[in-house]
Ligand binder design. Structure first.
Ligand SMILES: NC(=O)c1ccc[n+]([C@@H]2O[C@H](COP(=O)([O-])OP(=O)(O)OC[C@H]3O[C@@H](n4cnc5c(N)ncnc54)[C@H](OP(=O)(O)O)[C@@H]3O)[C@@H](O)[C@H]2O)c1
Length: 331
């Protein structure tokens, strides 16, 4: 069993849960189904919840709040709750706003939706290009002083930006897409986090479903506005990626586990400071992902995984330009 991982001020179960799935990114979600996921997190000891103000325009946070109402507010402290702000809409366009006023007002909104007086981690979801990151780190520090968040983090920033922010206020975590399908954090970010004692929270650790035993096919992708514009899920890339990842599914079966568990275990093995946050609407799928914490992979296992999914195997970029709209993009 992988030991608990340090995330800011506390230890968490090695595999967390990403509540973006409580919005309808990967298919219709229900409040009841989302509560069942949170019940299962409690049962499995998965105690790190990741959400954002923009997931379903607050729906993800509201359902975390309604679940806490249901199970009792005493349960709140069993969880490390992380949320994010900084992406917003202006004149119908997606923009980034890292101003102190915007971040604080959005954090207040998140606290109200979840019915909590603080979160454990507050991330800037995307950096605003024009604003010096030192200014943003200072503003985040003031939110810690006010007791609205215990710690702060950034999502999708470059190692140099992390260093600049960390010099102003300690950064507890950087959240970045990291999986066998997206290895860019290995080009400096994972090392910078390790050096500074910052957790690397790996989002989309099962490659948006591609690294599981039930990957999305063209029929599943077609109605999903989030995936049907994503280059990896568009033909001819989709068919190529499904064919390549079949080898990974076969390897997982041979190793006596699920592809999702193996994908999560792989991220854990890439560093003691790496914490995957898979998302799902299914209790059974969550159990598979969490089982990754119980797998121990040796050097020979890692080599076999690398053999079937060598760096750069994925066809297509991880986001389309329209989906991204950001200053510090890694492919
Ligand atoms: N900071 C950021 O900018 C950012 C961006 C994206 C995501 N995130 C965070 O990271 C979390 C996870 O990322 P993600 O949800 O995008 O990607 P992911 O966890 O890699 O994949 C989610 C997809 O995989 C499927 N899935 C998960 N486990 C499965 C299993 N065992 N078997 C079959 N299918 C499985 C889910 O479908 P089912 O629902 O059918 O299981 C869903 O379609 C999000 O919830 C969010 O909290 C952050």
């Amino acid at each position: 069993m992988t030991a608990p991982r340090r995330l800011g001020e506390r230890d968490v179960f090695p595999v967390g849960y990403g509540a973006m799935s409580f919005a309808n990114f990967y298919g219709p979600a229900t409040e009841e189904g989302s509560h069942a996921i949170l019940d299962t997190c409690l049962e499995l000891g998965v105690d790190h919840l990741d959400t954002s103000n923009v997931y379903g325009s607050g729906q993800s946070e509201r359902w975390i709040g309604s679940w806490l109402d249901k199970v009792g507010r005493g349960m709140r402290d069993r969880f490390h709750i992380a949320t994010k702000a900084g992406i917003t809409q202006r004149d119908g366009k997606r923009v980034f706003d890292n101003s102190p006023e915007h971040l604080e007002a959005e954090l207040d909104g998140s606290l109200a939706r979840m019915g909590v007086d603080h979160v454990d981690l507050f991330y800037v979801h995307r950096r605003e290009r024009e604003r010096p990151i030192e200014e943003v780190a200072e503003a985040l520090g003031r939110l810690v002083e006010k007791g609205k968040t215990r710690t702060v983090g950034f999502s999708e920033i470059a190692p140099s930006s992390l260093r600049r922010a960390h010099a102003v206020h300690p950064v507890a975590a950087v959240q970045s897409e990291y999986s066998l399908a997206t290895r860019a954090p290995e080009l400096g970010l994972i090392q910078a986090c390790d050096e500074l004692g910052v957790a690397l929270v790996a989002f989309s650790p099962v490659g948006r479903g591609m690294l599981t035993d039930r990957p999305p096919d063209a029929e599943k992708v077609a109605p999903l506005a989030f995936l049907n514009v994503n280059p990896r899920f568009l033909e001819p890339n989709l068919s190529a990626n499904l064919e390549i990842t079949d080898r990974f599914r076969a390897l997982a079966a041979e190793m006596g586990t699920s592809a999702a568990a193996l994908a999560c275990a792989w991220t854990l093995q890439m560093g003691d400071h790496v914490i995957p946050i898979p998302g799902t609407r299914s209790v059974d799928h969550l159990k598979e992902c969490a089982a990754g914490a119980a797998l121990s992979l040796g050097a020979a296992d890692m080599a076999r995984i690398e053999e079937v999914l060598p760096v750069g195997w994925a066809h297509g970029d991880r986001y389309s330009d329209a989906q991204w709209v950001g200053p510090e993009r890694f492919s």
